[in-house]
Design a binder for this molecule. Structure first.
Ligand SMILES: [Mg+2]
Length: 436
């Protein structure tokens, strides 16, 4: 079996005005849909970061991919990652402190490989009649749980204004509780994540407390301010939220850098608070894991098949974290159903996955979904592995064409949350770390 064609579809999907410490989400999120076809007519698909650079990186390896046997992935990984191995030695070189996921040049090899690997695994699954999770070693769970991913947001549904503003404006604790209630009613999530680092800490502390009052101690809570807090602020918020973040919750990237997180951990432990610290900012590659462990800076690593180098690298990470006594969760970005199914399959095949995964899926709409048959269904906050070969999804080519048309109309080719913040919220806004 040989790959005979590689097709790239650059698409745009509506994204509501969500806030984070990086700034503001633009009205459109960009994605690239990768399609591979084999000489015997099997098609594989994957979804990855959008815009010019991710597409150009995939174009660069077209000659290596077309003609290859889709089962021979280790050789492709070696070829794509030769430079990345050298880059891995750069301490802290892959931190996402200043670069949004998908824009870190040191991750480009992993991102590019992942996009091809996932489409090849879809092909392998279809060729062997097996779901992808069973191709990569077998599932340890049939259903993968996700968390309610809450954002503070401005009014608006994103896109061209024709998209419904499902959750309205959310800029205080009561509206965040309303947002969460609505999301849980629709998807059944049983864990809650709040994207913080946006409003003054007392408002975010009150939001977490209000969520605890509303949903009770059986629903774990986590907060992720993306490094917006100083060490002192992180410690004091860790103290103030010691009850709320206990029992399966965590504090995610409270402050910049491994040294800072290590100090937060030490000081919280000295006060008898063992809220675990999670990261997808300070730890974004295998090279950073031993240091994070040695400093006790991070107790939970957030994986992501899109930038950790695909599904099997996430399985290796799951194993490494298990060996080191660390937990594993999963990070996400604005995405559609193909990404969601890739995340679901790999999460199903990671024995050491200790938390519900993140997903931005509730923030996208049926209007933009490119999966045939429409949106992926959640039951009780979980996605079930479909009884179908490969990823279990096919593309809706009419929807894909609409996504490409939207992409042509979007005036930018790269995510820039800081610029969006200046354009729509505050002309003088600058990202400051730590801000509080
Ligand atoms: Mg994060």
């Amino acid at each position: 079996m040989k790959i005979s064609a590689l097709t790239l579809h650059s698409i745009a999907i509506a994204d509501p005005p969500l806030r984070s410490s990086y700034g503001l989400h633009a009205p459109w999120a960009l994605r690239t849909i990768v399609e591979l076809e084999t000489d015997d007519g099997v098609r594989g698909v994957s979804e990855t970061y959008g815009g010019e650079r991710p597409r150009a990186a995939l174009e660069d390896i077209r000659g290596r991919v077309v003609g290859m046997d889709p089962f021979q992935l280790a050789g492709l990984y070696g070829d794509i990652n030769r430079e990345a191995v050298a880059d891995a030695g750069v301490p802290g070189g892959r931190s996402q402190e200043w670069l949004v996921p998908g824009e870190n040049p040191l991750d480009r090899h992993n991102r590019t490989f992942a996009a091809i690997e996932i489409a090849c695994l879809d092909i392998i699954g279809k060729a062997t009649g097996k779901p992808v999770c069973d191709v990569i070693g077998g599932r340890v769970r049939n259903r993968v749980s996700f968390s309610a991913y809450l954002f503070y947001k401005h009014a608006g549904g994103g896109g061209d204004g024709a998209y419904a503003d499902e959750y309205g404006e959310v800029l205080d604790a009561p509206s965040a509780v309303r947002e969460c209630r609505q999301m849980i009613a629709q998807y059944g999530f049983r864990e809650i994540k709040l994207k913080g680092g946006v409003l003054d800490p007392p408002v975010e502390i009150e939001t977490i407390r209000a969520l605890r009052r509303e949903f009770g101690g059986g629903v774990p809570l986590r907060i992720d301010p993306n490094c917006a807090w100083s060490v002192d602020t992180s410690v004091s918020i860790g103290e103030l939220l010691r009850e709320e973040l206990a029992g399966g919750g965590y504090l995610e990237d409270p402050c910049p850098g491994l040294a800072g997180m290590s100090e937060v951990r030490r000081r919280l432990l000295a006060k008898g608070i063992d809220t675990p610290l999670a990261s997808n900012v300070a730890v974004t590659s295998f090279a950073a894991v031993p240091e994070a462990k040695a400093l006790d800076a991070v107790q939970i690593v957030l994986s992501d098949p899109h930038y950790w180098g695909g599904m099997r690298q996430v399985q290796y990470l799951s194993h490494l974290c298990g060996v080191l006594g660390m937990g594993l969760s999963m990070h996400s970005n604005s995405h559609l159903g193909v990404s969601l199914m890739a995340m679901t399959h790999v999460a199903a095949a990671c024995p050491n996955l200790t938390y519900a995964c993140d997903t931005h899926y509730p923030w996208q709409t049926a209007k933009d979904e490119i999966v045939a048959g429409g949106r992926i269904q959640f039951v009780d906050g979980a996605v079930e592995i479909p009884d179908k070969p490969g990823l279990g999804v096919e593309l809706d080519y009419d929807q894909l064409a609409r996504g490409r048309e939207r992409y042509e109309k979007v005036p930018f080719r790269k995510r820039d949350d800081e610029a969006e913040m200046r354009k729509h919220v505050d002309p003088n806004w600058k990202r400051v770390l730590p801000r509080w």
